[in-house]
Design a protein. Structure first.
Length: 368
């Protein structure tokens, strides 16, 4: 009897211990998931200003408006005035809403609303890749299907691939109800391409692939030109295109493996930064191939660098263009300087870049 009691007590103790361990593990897992979600939201997934007015009325326009109380300026999520959404005139075919973002912006999610039983069910997006560029189709003009919106409800749409643009043009191609009405919020982040103080690189190896916009010093050694203490093509906000004409029109900086062994790029900021992500605009149209990897390190004095971390470049299967961004998460690393050493994917090849943009903030919490 005594042995049985001891066995039962031992069994109960072990069960209680297991329960306690399980509870601790669940608490830790919940906390961990919360932290990861918070970091991802902090990195690049916040409202860009349609709802709160950061995107001003002057940045909004429409090809068709039903009446003054449903103008483009009412195309804001949770709008409380007028008709509470933008509505096009009755029977208008494929009305358009234009949003001028002014700055280079990453958009990775949309929130779409309607007016009661009248809402958008399908739309296409065109994007402006530079301030002066014409609009071009996003994702080859494929229709984005909007889940049903009930009353004043909201549908959220994740964008894959993400959009990098100075402006958006929404075209309604399908709708439910008599009127074509829509409110929208954009989610993502404004990029810090304009906050780079300077960058140092080895210049391109061909007259068509040099950084002619660079405003710093140029020093040539052993047939290689080194650029320092200036800014140029890599942060001018102008994306090179994949058209054959662009390859010969100084839109890209290119390096040949026969002339430059693993080019180095060093970007400097005025103050110490927390780095969340970097976006590298690449081309895989002849003669360029995608670089194999980037060895990335950080410094506060440009002398003592952290141990390089290797990031491998892979093109997503959802990307259809030959010109696209490679995104690397930088895991909140800090520094005033960030250095990239790019490696070639194979021998006797070229790599080409047109932009390098950062998502970063000052260490004191202010935007970069």
């Amino acid at each position: 009897m005594l042995c049985s009691l001891r066995y039962l007590l031992s069994w109960y103790y072990q069960l209680s211990l297991h329960r306690m361990i399980l509870r601790v593990a669940l608490v830790f897992a919940t906390f961990y998931c919360f932290i990861i979600i918070q970091l991802k939201a902090q990195e690049c997934s916040y409202p860009l200003g349609m709802n709160d007015g950061v995107i001003t009325d002057s940045q909004l326009s429409a090809s068709s408006v039903d009446r003054e109380t449903s103008s483009a300026q009412h195309a804001r999520l949770n709008q409380t005035s007028g008709d509470k959404t933008w509505c096009a005139k009755s029977l208008t075919r494929n009305p358009q809403l234009r949003i001028n973002l002014i700055y280079p912006t990453l958009i990775n999610k949309l929130a779409i609303s309607g007016r009661k039983q009248e809402y958008v069910s399908g739309l296409t997006i065109d994007i402006k890749s530079t301030p002066d560029a014409n609009y071009t189709s996003y994702n080859q003009g494929r229709v984005i299907t909007i889940p049903p919106i009930v009353d004043t409800g909201i549908s959220y749409i994740d964008l894959d691939p993400v959009i990098y643009a100075y402006g958006l043009l929404f075209t309604i191609v399908e709708h439910v109800g008599g009127a074509q009405c829509m409110g929208v919020e954009l989610y993502g982040c404004y990029l810090t391409k304009g906050r780079v103080k300077y960058y140092d690189i080895q210049d391109g190896n061909d007259n068509h692939f040099r950084d002619y916009n660079y405003n710093g010093s140029r020093i040539t050694q052993n047939s290689t030109t080194y650029l320092s203490n200036g800014v140029g093509k890599l942060v001018d906000g102008i994306l090179g295109s994949s058209k054959p004409s662009s390859i010969l029109s100084n839109e890209w900086i290119g390096w040949s493996s026969e002339k430059v062994s693993n080019p180095d790029l060093v970007f400097a900021f005025a103050t110490e930064q927390i780095f969340y992500q970097v976006y590298i605009h690449c081309l895989i149209s002849y003669p360029f191939t995608l670089f194999r990897s980037a060895n990335i390190s950080f410094s506060n004095d440009k002398t003592n660098w952290t141990k390089p971390a290797t990031y491998y470049a892979n093109k997503s299967s959802t990307i259809t263009s030959d010109a696209f961004f490679i995104t690397f998460k930088l895991h909140n690393q800090t520094g005033r300087y960030i250095k990239f050493r790019l490696t070639y994917s194979k021998a006797n090849t070229w790599m080409g870049l047109s932009e390098v943009w950062f998502m970063a903030t000052h260490v004191n919490g202010k935007h970069a």
